[in-house]
Design a protein around this ligand. Structure first.
Ligand code: ZN
Length: 151
């Protein structure tokens, strides 16, 4: 294990990376995007089922990569399911600022609270891209783009 990761590997990150939630390819998904983080080699495919009113009815992913990228995707799919596209993007923006150390006042709220475990990556710029890969891919999927890269 890398030294710089040791303190990031909290129980919840390990749990999500070993047992990712929503790790599947839903047949009725109507938005999807592929994301790639060349710095670490993380890849993710996100699948969303968007309703007529912008509601995210289902969110799932498949991919491989480091524990942080998998845990982030796992947590993000749980959090955005049942939200509207607008709500999800607000969460993404707050999360992005949090992990880049630009804003520590991320309003976690009840269901985004667990994203705080990823806040530690702000000390490790290389890891920020692992933590934000899923969020980039989900934004791309909502916007109708099919490819995204952290570069
Ligand atoms: Zn990674």
């Amino acid at each position: 294990m890398f030294d710089d990761l040791r303190e990031l590997y909290q129980e919840v990150i390990l749990d999500h990376s070993k047992h990712p939630r929503n790790f599947r390819h839903p047949e009725d998904a109507n938005h999807e995007a592929h994301g790639y983080n060349p710095l670490c080699g993380d890849t993710v495919n996100v699948y969303l089922k968007m309703g007529h009113n912008g509601l995210i009815e289902d969110a799932a992913f498949e991919g491989k990569g480091c524990a942080i990228s998998l845990a982030s995707a796992s947590m993000m799919t749980e959090i955005i399911k049942g939200k509207t596209e607008t709500q999800a993007k607000t969460i993404f923006d707050g999360f992005q600022k949090l992990v880049k150390g630009e804003d520590d006042n991320f309003d976690a709220g009840e269901d985004t609270e667990r994203l705080m475990v990823l806040a530690g990556v702000k000390q490790f710029p290389m890891r920020v891209k692992c933590a934000t890969l899923a969020r980039h891919a989900m934004s791309s999927a909502m916007d109708g783009a099919e490819e995204t890269s952290t570069e």
